[in-house]
Design a protein. Sequence first.
Length: 88
Amino acid sequence: MRAVRALSGTIAAGTVLLALVVIGAAFIGARRGFPGPGAESVTWHIAVAIVVVGAQTLTDRRRGITALSGSAVVFLACGLLIWTQWWG
């Protein structure tokens, strides 16, 4: 259980960093006049980052099935983000 919690924490942190990179790319693209990620992509990344931070906070504060469910939310939300925004 501890390994699952650690893995979901790592994925949650990576998702937040990815959101920051996408926001930075959109900002730089707009300032320099080249296409970057659009508003929809930035919104998706921010929304999923908020969801995974919330789910990971729940995972870190609870035990048992509740913690496992929080980790599952992190995995599913990150998978959805990757699937829709990077592979779509």
